[in-house]
Design a binder for this molecule. Structure first.
Ligand code: AMP
Ligand code: FE
Ligand code: FE
Ligand code: ZN
Length: 275
């Protein structure tokens, strides 16, 4: 079984449209993919529609919700969500508006720093409902203000950098609650660099956390082993995926590039069937 439970499309900051991602995943021999765009479900219906052409490929509706704690950003994945829920969509609309306003403010700040990009330049890269910093970074790169996407974050738009602007954010506990309310499986995403991870896990378990991302493309086998132990110790389901965006030409990350054990995939699927 080949699966990838963490993928982005043009609905947020991925390079491929949902249909293109589905096609690529099928051609790479994947059996299961989850669409997990940042703060939007806009890619799900197009992906499900495109998947009708590939009966061997299961597409799981998902999301990645951006949240914040005092130490910084925490992302919560939600697999198997009811993406039609009016409550969920109302919340996501609020997130989307805040992202738009914040992107405009970031462009204004950049212009004061002599990075003279236009909001329309950013929109060229943001075709979906969830506009984010990677779209701004791509506009900066295209116009030669930086030489890598990373440089944009390091110098200008990373948290605490001169052109950074806050946006509306909820807490991880609130995101977990929302995901549970819409029948989803809440998973703590790419947890390895969170400070005081164990105490956060205990806190989030109280809030209803069920899973943790262990098989993450960027992690060494030592990190995966450590996270797998944490998962077992805390009774959390494991998840995994590539976090494929496709926008960084230097990145070797592709859909399905991280191996996820069959028993881990089976446990995730059986949770999906139960909700
Ligand atoms: P936003 O959701 O608009 O706050 O942007 C956050 C997104 O930017 C993350 O989900 C990543 O996709 C991307 N990102 C964050 N930090 C970096 C970085 N240092 N280099 C490249 N991309 C980054
Ligand atoms: Fe992203
Ligand atoms: Fe993330
Ligand atoms: Zn992601």
């Amino acid at each position: 079984m080949k699966a990838d439970f963490h993928l982005h499309t043009t609905a947020s900051d991925g390079k491929l449209t949902p249909a293109e991602l589905v096609k690529l995943s099928a051609s790479r021999g994947l059996d299961i993919i989850a669409i997990t765009d940042h703060d939007t479900v806009g890619g799900i219906i197009p992906a499900l529609t495109a998947a009708q052409e590939f009966p061997g490929l299961l597409v799981i509706p998902g999301i990645e919700i951006s949240t914040e704690i005092s130490q910084g950003e925490v992302h919560i994945l939600g697999h198997f969500i009811n993406y039609r829920s009016p409550d969920l969509n109302q919340f996501l609309e609020k997130m989307g508006k805040s992202r738009q306003e914040r992107a405009r403010k970031m462009v204004a700040k950049l212009r004061k720093l002599d990075v003279s990009i236009d909001f329309n330049d950013v929109l060229k890269f943001a075709s979906g409902p969830s506009i984010g910093r990677p779209h701004i970074a791509q506009a900066m790169l295209e116009q030669g203000y930086i030489s890598s996407l990373r440089e944009a974050f390091d110098k200008y738009i990373g948290n605490g950098c001169p052109a950074y602007v806050e946006r509306y954010k909820i807490t991880p506990a609130e995101a977990i609650k929302l995901i549970l309310e819409v029948g989803g499986l809440p998973v703590l995403a790419h947890p390895a660099n969170i400070n005081e991870l164990e105490s956060l896990i205990l806190q989030l378990k109280e809030a209803g956390l069920i899973g943790i991302e262990v098989y993450y493309a960027d992690y060494s086998s030592e990190i995966k082993e450590w996270l797998a132990k944490l998962a077992r110790k805390n009774g959390l389901i494991m998840s995994g995926g590539s976090d494929y965006h496709g926008i960084d030409k230097k990145s070797k990350i592709e859909p399905g590039c991280v191996a996820i054990p069959d028993d881990v995939i089976a446990q995730l699927l059986s949770y999906g069937k139960s909700t």
